[in-house]
Design a protein around this ligand. Structure first.
Ligand code: C2E
Ligand code: MG
Ligand code: MG
Ligand code: MG
Length: 282
């Protein structure tokens, strides 16, 4: 608030907002050079086949350790990259790196890699499609071993170009996952209209199992629906044995969460595959 003590000139100054904008700007400037400075890294979280208990895929998760800012979480980093026009560059780096890691795992055991894709990347279908091609070509990874995780936000706009892009990726044998299902709008028509292979139930539902009856029933219903539609279904954020047991009982195909493994580096994932893809669980 403006006071009469000589600070009145700051009457339009909104401290919180200013700090936020400055932080985002300087973060964007640092992010611009993060890849070249070797500050970006990918961790991989195992995706477990609940029937065999083995690792069948791994989700690539971006980490930024900035010299100036410390560790910046992807939930914060991705929106800044999108605003600053950097997501295409970073997303391309993620694709290259993840496909290269996955190509190396294949000499140990078959394992797919899942890459998160920002909706902004899909808004430029041609350059995205080319980045995918390049990453597969450079790494030698089979297209059938790549999964792309997208959230429904992008589908809301329902631009025909996005439908065409997804159909094209599907034709090339790439698997498409609908991430964070159950949050946002979750229009069921997406599941009919777009060629998804995997539906990932958001971890906020899984967190409520078994104590919260509503979350438990919704999870049960989502699994049944995915089965009826012929989709694979994965539960995110499985932390406790009771949750795994419930999911197995419901016939859920896949799971991911701290119960099985936290995100780990590419070598640790390779070592896990070397142990027959077995994860320690309580
Ligand atoms: P997501 O795609 O839903 O990824 C799963 C998130 O859940 C990851 O958070 C993972 O570490 C976390 N998680 C896994 N198991 C558990 C669990 O048992 N309990 C809890 N509490 N959390 C668990 P992370 O790595 O912080 O990533 C957050 C989000 O950032 C991701 O959510 C994804 O939307 C986005 N993201 C990460 N990497 C990339 C990337 O390379 N590109 C893009 N565009 N987005 C990315
Ligand atoms: Mg994801
Ligand atoms: Mg998710
Ligand atoms: Mg999420």
């Amino acid at each position: 608030e403006a006071k009469d003590n000589g600070r009145a000139r700051y009457s339009f100054y909104v401290p919180g907002l200013d700090v936020q904008i400055r932080e985002r700007l300087s973060m964007a400037n640092l992010l611009r050079h993060a890849a070249e400075r070797g500050e970006l890294a990918l961790l991989y979280q195992p995706l477990i086949d609940l029937r065999s208990g083995r690792v069948v895929a791994a989700e690539a998760l971006l980490r930024w350790t900035s010299e100036e800012l410390g560790v910046v979480a992807p939930d914060l980093l991705v929106p800044v990259a999108e605003d600053a026009g950097l997501i295409e560059h970073i997303g391309g780096w993620v694709l290259e790196r993840a496909c290269t890691a996955a190509a190396q795992w294949q000499s140990i055991a078959p394992c797919r890699v899942a890459v998160n894709v920002s909706s902004l990347q899909l808004q430029a279908p041609e350059s995205f499609s080319e980045q995918v091609d390049m990453a597969l070509k450079h790494s030698g990874l089979n297209a059938g071993l790549l999964e792309l995780e997208i959230t429904e936000g992008v589908l809301l706009r329902d631009r025909p170009t996005i439908g065409a892009l997804l159909a094209e990726l599907d034709r090339r044998g790439i698997r498409l996952s609908l991430d964070d299902f159950g949050t946002g709008y979750s229009a069921l028509s997406y599941l009919r209209r777009f060629p998804f292979h995997v539906l990932k139930i958001d971890r906020t539902f899984i967190a409520g199992i078994p104590d919260n009856q509503e979350d438990t029933e919704l999870t049960r219903a989502i699994i049944a629906m995915a089965q009826a539609l012929g989709l694979s279904v994965l539960a995110e954020g499985v932390e406790r044995p009771e949750q795994r047991d419930f999911l197995v009982e419901q016939g859920c195909d896949l799971a991911q969460g701290y119960l099985f493994s936290r995100p780990i580096d590419a070598d640790a994932l390779a070592a896990m595959l070397g142990r027959n893809g077995a994860v320690a669980q309580s």
